[in-house]
Design a protein around this ligand. Structure first.
Ligand code: CP
Ligand code: NVA
Length: 306
């Protein structure tokens, strides 16, 4: 396996299957207390969108590793006043050891990464959310003991979460089904990339049929129907997405052992009912906790201190 030291994580597809499993292994060892890692490095958080989980879990992960965190929120830096990405990247590169970026266009983090030597981590773009998927896979592995051969169904908008889940599941040998309205299908290039990663080993199914997608699934996953930056469309989308709500009827179709995941924040009674979110099959709080463990392992490996 190639070392992760110094590498960027811009997409789930930047990782090999072995690297995903190695991150999950280290995350589990850190979570159980079997492995302690110390580093004295500085992480910058350059966020252009709101965040609770990603901001706090990255910060706590870095503090627990013995490092420091700088909040570079766009509103308190020149980024918010339009300083070009290529200038910001070359300047921050001289100060920081690693940077996590949350922004709109995937192109922006790719540009940043091409102008900075330090590792760049995608902390969410409109296209992908790979750090969330590392935590999701850790949660699924904790529940089922292994990932290979399981089936994950994602219901709702073919958005950043759908994209990173498709790639992540394909990498670790899970079947993935994405059920969405015709107008909100995932990006065709990401679907093709996931299918290529899956090869003959597993299935990547994109469908408008929510019932078909849920049938016998081990993990039922959903996310908001309108992502950050799409708030003005939120109300008009509701009727279109209603058939893709994760509710008790959908859970009846899934495997009896199925768990429910949601990256959060959730809109109760829209993409998921309160009953299911708070129900016995929900693992959303463990999933949120696992952001910390997965990102701590990722940081340790990227910084070469694992
Ligand atoms: N799931 C997730 O990324 O949450 P935040 O937007 O709160 O960081
Ligand atoms: N799809 C959501 C995920 C939030 C964690 C968004 O981009 O707003």
């Amino acid at each position: 396996m190639k070392s992760l030291k110094g590498r960027d994580l811009l997409s789930m597809a930047d990782l090999s299957p072995e690297e995903v499993l190695a991150i999950l292994r280290l995350a589990a060892d850190m979570k159980s207390g079997d492995t302690h890692v110390r580093c004295e490095r500085v992480l910058g958080l350059l966020f252009q969108k709101a965040s609770t989980r990603t901001r706090v879990s990255f910060s706590v992960a870095m503090y627990q590793l013995g490092g420091q965190v700088l909040d570079l929120n766009a509103s308190v830096t020149q980024v918010g006043r339009g300083e070009p990405t290529i200038d910001t990247a070359r300047v921050l590169d001289r100060y920081l050891d690693v940077v996590a970026i949350r922004t709109f266009e995937q192109k922006e983090i790719e540009t940043f990464a091409s102008y900075a030597e330090i590792p760049v981590i995608n902390a969410l773009t409109d296209l992908e959310h790979p750090c969330q998927v590392l935590a999701d896979l850790l949660t699924i592995q904790e529940e089922f003991g292994a990932l290979n051969g399981l089936t994950l169904t994602y219901m709702g908008d073919g958005n950043n979460m759908a994209h990173s889940l498709m790639l992540g599941c394909a990498l670790v040998g899970m079947n993935v089904r994405v059920a969405c309205p015709a107008e909100f299908m995932p990006d065709a290039a990401v679907v093709a990339a996931a299918q290529k990663l899956a090869g003959d080993r597993t299935d990547v199914l994109i469908t408008q049929d929510a019932q078909l997608a849920a049938k016998g699934s081990h993990v039922v996953y959903t996310d908001v129907w309108a992502s950050m930056g799409q708030e003005s469309e939120a109300q008009s989308r509701v009727p279109l997405f209603q058939p893709y709500q994760v509710n008790a009827e959908v859970m009846e179709l899934a495997d009896p052992s199925a768990i429910v995941l949601h990256c959060l924040p959730a809109h109760r009674e829209e993409e998921i009912t309160d009953e299911v979110l708070e129900g016995e099959q929900s693992r959303v709080w463990d999933e949120a906790e696992n952001r910390l463990h997965a990102q701590k392992a990722l940081l340790a490996m990227i910084l070469g201190v694992d």
